[in-house]
Write a protein that binds this ligand. Sequence first.
Ligand code: ATP
Length: 157
Amino acid sequence: ELVNLNELVASVAEQFGPLAELEGHMLRVAMAEELKLTGDRERLYQLLVILLDNAVKYTPPPGHILITGAKQGGHILVTVEDSGQGIPPEDLPRVFDRFYRGDKARSREKGGTGLGLAIAKWIVEKHGGKIGVESTVGAGTKFSILLPVKWIKRNSF
Ligand code: ATP
């Protein structure tokens, strides 16, 4: 399936815009150019929803949330960045683990199972891509996703 990433990001941003605004955040999208890739549209949509949902949940208002997309060789680099609470360095290697939730997430009872990022990683890997995270406590978090433009589908979801 050929997926237009600009359209996909625009529709996720449209879905989250009102919520982000209500929470007092600024949501911005910056796509370098027209980006298309072969992939599973619904799964890629779910991936963006997970990352945006987290960005909104773990950013004290008023915050900034930025989604970017750009070509990088035969790949597309998508980033989701927030100006939120950040993730302590000792927790960073575990955020993609199933059921892992940060201390603050657990104590705050914000709701959630700790499955979001494990699912996000699974979706990215099913597309032959990679997901990484950089974060600074008190400053923000940036998720980077590298997806091949041409996806060779090996097995179904
Ligand atoms: P659910 O996925 O059900 O919403 P969750 O948000 O706790 O629950 P994940 O999405 O897997 O689970 O995230 C794991 C943990 O990583 C979170 O509990 C939180 O501590 C941390 N985390 C994830 N995204 C961010 C972010 N943007 N900023 C700060 N911490 C984050």
